[in-house]
Design a protein around this ligand. Structure first.
Ligand code: NAD
Length: 266
């Protein structure tokens, strides 16, 4: 039987990309597509969103989990927390792609979802998750002798900064060097007029146009520079990864699974 998937954020860029990816996946059935209450999409056919005129469902403003095996959620932290509570109550595994949770919201999310299988990632693309591994290696080998800078660029609509992926890359580098990112991260050079602090990890951010997502980590050592760059060409990279994660966790026991688990990199 096909895996029955509920997708939230029907009017969002990612929600729509995920709905299309689920609909195109032979082993999955799009069982529920949810938009926020008051959205003009509520009650309309999902067919045009997923690009399949045979899609029988209409967009709902209720996350009905009665006949759902797994949920994929890319919305806003506030909405993801509400959806997480519904998943926990119904015992339904959930893939969470939403970023920008505060520390308190993240703690709330984790305790809410303790009883179900879940996979949360700041970035679901295969390339980025492979990049974390490459960054750890680079940090181990040349991190101590390098100035390390992380630059990310996203579309003008993105409100959290630096991106969750840039922070995850920072954690991968800092962890590999036995440091805590909060001790070495440098987010704003406009405040103090001073030279670069040795051992710090600098972050810079671009918000422009419709850039899907680009990340570069620079290791600048004496006489040479190494740059590890990932560029997402379309949201399908994230949507396909989220679909892969949904398949992976659908029948797993309760627990927090990572994209490294999903991709067999753990
Ligand atoms: P978007 O603004 O296009 O969409 C967000 C959607 O959430 C909107 O359609 C909004 O109506 C909907 N929403 C808000 N409250 C809701 C509710 N209560 N019920 C149902 N829907 C609700 O944003 P986006 O570009 O689609 O990104 C969504 C999230 O995914 C962001 O946090 C973004 O940073 C994140 N993201 C993650 C990855 C990843 O790989 N993890 C990749 C891209 C984007």
């Amino acid at each position: 039987m096909a895996l029955r998937v509920a997708v939230t954020g029907a009017s969002g860029r990612m929600g729509q990309a995920v709905a299309r990816a689920v609909s195109a996946e032979p082993e999955m059935e799009l069982a529920c597509l949810v938009a926020r209450a008051g959205s003009g999409l509520v009650g309309s056919s999902a067919a045009s969103i997923v690009g399949d005129e045979n899609c029988p469902i209409t967009v709902s403003d209720v996350l009905d989990l009665d006949a759902v095996d797994v949920v994929i959620d890319f919305t806003l932290p506030e909405s993801s927390l509400v959806n997480a509570r519904a998943c926990a109550e119904a015992g339904v595994p959930v893939v969470i792609g939403t970023t920008g949770f505060s520390e308190a919201e993240q703690a709330d999310l984790e305790s809410t979802l303790a009883s179900v299988a879940r996979c949360q990632a700041a970035n679901f693309s295969t390339g980025v998750n492979l990049a974390y591994r490459l960054l750890s290696l680079a940090a181990e080998v040349m991190g101590a002798d390098s100035d390390i800078e992380i630059h990310e660029a996203h579309h003008k609509h993105k409100i959290d900064a630096p991106s969750g992926t840039a922070l995850a890359m920072g954690h991968a580098v800092a962890d590999a060097m036995g440091q805590s990112l909060s001790d070495v991260a440098h987010y704003d050079r406009s405040v103090n007029r001073e030279e670069r602090a040795p051992g710090s990890i600098g972050f810079s951010v671009t918000r422009a146009g419709e850039i899907v997502g680009e990340h570069t980590v620079l290791f600048a050592a004496e006489g040479e520079r190494l740059e590890i760059t990932h560029k997402a060409g379309s949201r399908d990279a994230f949507a396909n990864g989220a679909v892969r994660a949904a398949k992976f966790i659908a029948n797993k026991p309760a627990g927090a699974y990572t994209m490294s688990d999903v991709l067999g990199l753990s």
